[in-house]
Design a protein around this ligand. Structure first.
Ligand code: PMP
Length: 649
């Protein structure tokens, strides 16, 4: 197959020969007879050719690379390869401690990766998954704890949208057009390709058509989530659901269309087991407030690690952290620690019951997995009625409902626990009047600030709204991902803690305490909270603009406060809201954004991350708008619509 008078393979081999630092070019092909013409061409052109198994591409590649200490891998679907860029990739490998160097944000069709022969040998010896054998480098890329992986970033913004690769007949037409404007006797530089495209914008029509068709395909990029899907089988053999958390499981991420396992994170980004990179808008379900691998928090954890993790008596860090919470959280006079948010909310409820001598509790929002709360939701299997009957879910921002409830249970209600805000702002005066109403009834007022704490403000929503509860529960963002939570509150109520049982082996575990101290100190030292608000707000504003531009305001809304914004989907005559949300998730994931119905901003999210998210939004919303217009959204869903595991907000 020719581009001009040369075949595609000739274009690629010519570019390979121009890479600085290359000693030998080897064409690797399969033993299949269909590939005989490749071997014939190599013989005529005096290019070394290696034939290996058709299915085990990794083994074939190892054979082709035998004798080298460094390997550059190019693919024959990239005729416009730029040898100068490939030389940079190779140089980066040779001049650093890297075992592998790949490329990020370059046009699709300049693909080049370089790696050590040792890394390749280890991959060929150890890779077991079919998806790791039918490709060459996933085994290396997915093991960053073992291999040093580096990336050559494209210096020009916006180029990752360019498509110069050869996958289908339209691509071939595009490439044939563009090469007419490129130098004849040497491989082109990517800047020359860009210039040709700028001067002759008509050529882009071919490539734009390919992009669009791809976008309308209801199927995923082939093989993108293979390792995730394969690993799920292994996980589910030993772990029910293959995950510890509903919201991190296949219930929310459709198998084959989404990542299911993450290998590592850095700043505001994460990588899955297939080697896909995402801007992460989930932030581990909100504990990641600063970012993955925050240097200050990690240093604190490492320093503590050398002293120990869990001790036989209390650690002094408990007091140091408690003192900080008393300083920053307006209602905190005394503090006790737990591990999960559910520990803190359950301890607060037991404490309120013990303090008031009453059994009934009212709830507003989500408060964890323990019996007293979950029994009042649709996920109540396994909870005795005797327990569920004591808990009542009340609507937010409705004083009348609370008043009626208190009247129905005179002197029986121990407490009301609520998320001070999630989706919508409270009406003016609501929280203050609620506090007064509860006080008059002798009912304790508890703010569940497991999410809003260290996010709406260092002192949480109570600082923002200027209303202080009797008790507050904290968790998530306190330790930037380390497992720690707390109950804080009025000293006279907290004193009752010595009478109830809230006592755990790990509640004073020192790595989490050290991480929380470092997190809070950083939040006080640097404009973390301001950044969460500003970046969250800027992202929300631009997202809303895109929703408007694509005419989707009646089906998608963004609500909440800037540091934690939630997406709301509504039914459309052509599709149910669950179907719209599913297409939204799948499309955003395809475009490298990990999102689960909310914007969970962290301090490490930067301008490039926001630009990446907006780019994904733009194409995703375009697809949703088109599918709704043609009435084909439900029919084109690549998987069954995702259902919420519990709906409580
Ligand atoms: N309260 C709120 C407001 C929460 O969002 C959560 C967790 N999503 C919890 C309590 C329970 O926290 P955990 O999952 O850490 O037990």
């Amino acid at each position: 197959m020719g581009l001009d008078k040369h075949t595609i393979l000739e274009w690629v081999v010519r570019a390979a020969n121009c890479i600085t630092g290359i000693d030998k070019v080897v064409v690797a092909t399969s033993e299949n007879a269909n590939d005989n013409p490749i071997v014939d061409w190599c013989t005529k052109a005096f290019v070394k050719c290696y034939r290996g198994p058709e299915e085990d591409v990794l083994d074939r590649f190892l054979g082709a690379a035998e004798g080298a200490d460094t390997v550059v891998r190019l693919t024959a679907d990239c005729p416009l390869l730029d040898p100068a860029v490939c030389s940079q990739v190779l140089r980066l490998l040779k001049t650093t401690d890297a075992d592998y160097v790949g490329m990020a944000n370059w046009p699709d069709g300049l693909d080049c990766e370089a790696f050590t022969f040792d890394a390749l040998k280890a991959a060929a010896a150890e890779a077991k998954l079919e998806s790791e054998r039918s490709h060459v480098t996933p085994f290396i890329r997915n093991r960053r704890h073992r291999f040093q992986v580096r990336t050559l970033e494209c210096p020009l913004p916006g180029l990752r949208k360019e498509r110069w690769t050869l996958d289908d007949p339209q691509d071939l037409l595009f490439l044939r057009e563009v090469v007419a404007y490129l130098p004849e006797h040497r491989p082109p530089w990517y800047a020359e390709v860009l210039e040709a495209l700028d001067k002759h914008p008509g050529i882009r029509v071919f490539n734009a058509a390919t992009e669009r068709n791809e976008g309308y395909e209801p199927s995923m990029t082939e093989g993108s989530f293979e390792v995730s899907a394969e690993f799920l089988e292994r996980a589910e053999a030993v772990i029910p659901l293959g995950s510890q958390t509903f919201s991190k499981s296949r219930l929310q991420y459709p198998v084959g269309h989404a990542p299911l396992f993450i290998t590592h994170g850095e700043g505001g980004r994460v990588w899955d087991v297939d080697g896909n990179e995402y801007v992460d808008l989930v932030s581990a379900l909100l504990p990641v407030t600063l970012g993955y691998g925050d240097p200050d928090v990690d240093a604190a954890i490492r320093a503590q690690l050398s002293d120990g993790i869990s001790f036989s008596l209390a650690s002094t860090l408990e007091t140091e952290l408690a003192e900080r919470l008393v300083e920053v959280v307006p209602s905190a006079e005394m503090v006790r620690f737990g591990k999960n948010g559910s520990d803190a909310t359950s301890a607060a409820i037991r404490l309120a019951r013990a303090y008031t001598g009453r059994d009934h509790v009212a709830v507003m929002g989500y408060h964890g997995w323990h019996d007293w709360y979950i029994g009042a939701t649709s996920r109540n299997k396994g909870v005795p009625d005797a327990v569920s009957d004591l808990t009542t879910m009340l609507p937010y921002d409705d004083l009348g409902a609370v008043c009626d409830y208190l009247k129905a249970h005179p002197s029986e209600v121990a407490c009301l626990i609520m998320e001070p805000m999630n989706r919508r702002d409270p009406s003016l005066g609501y929280l203050a009047e609620l506090k007064e109403m509860l006080r008059a009834e002798g009912t304790l007022f508890i703010f569940d600030e497991v999410i809003t704490g260290f996010r709406y403000g260092l002192g949480g929503a109570q600082e923002l709204f200027g209303v202080t509860p009797d008790l507050t529960t904290l968790g998530k963002g306190m330790g930037n991902g380390m497992p720690i939570s707390a109950v804080v509150g009025r000293a006279d109520v907290m004193a009752e803690m010595t009478e109830i049982c809230f006592s755990g082996t790990f509640s004073g575990e020192a790595l989490s305490l050290a991480a929380s101290i470092a997190t809070i100190d950083k939040m006080r030292r640097e404009p973390v909270i301001t950044e969460l608000w500003q970046r969250g707000w800027s992202l929300a504003k631009q997202t809303r603009r895109l929703i408007r531009r694509h005419g989707l305001t009646s089906v998608i809304q963004l609500v909440g406060k800037a540091p934690w914004m939630l997406l709301e989907f509504a039914d459309h005559p052509a599709a149910r809201k669950e179907a719209i949300q599913t297409l939204f998730s799948v499309e955003m994931l395809r475009r490298g954004v990990l999102i689960l119905g909310s914007h969970n901003i962290c301090y490490a999210h930067n301008d490039a991350d926001v630009a990446w998210i907006l780019e994904a939004y733009d194409s995703t919303l375009a697809r949703i708008a088109k599918e709704l217009e043609t009435g084909s959204l439900e029919a084109h869903l690549p998987c069954p619509a995702i259902q919420p595991s519990i709906r409580v907000r």
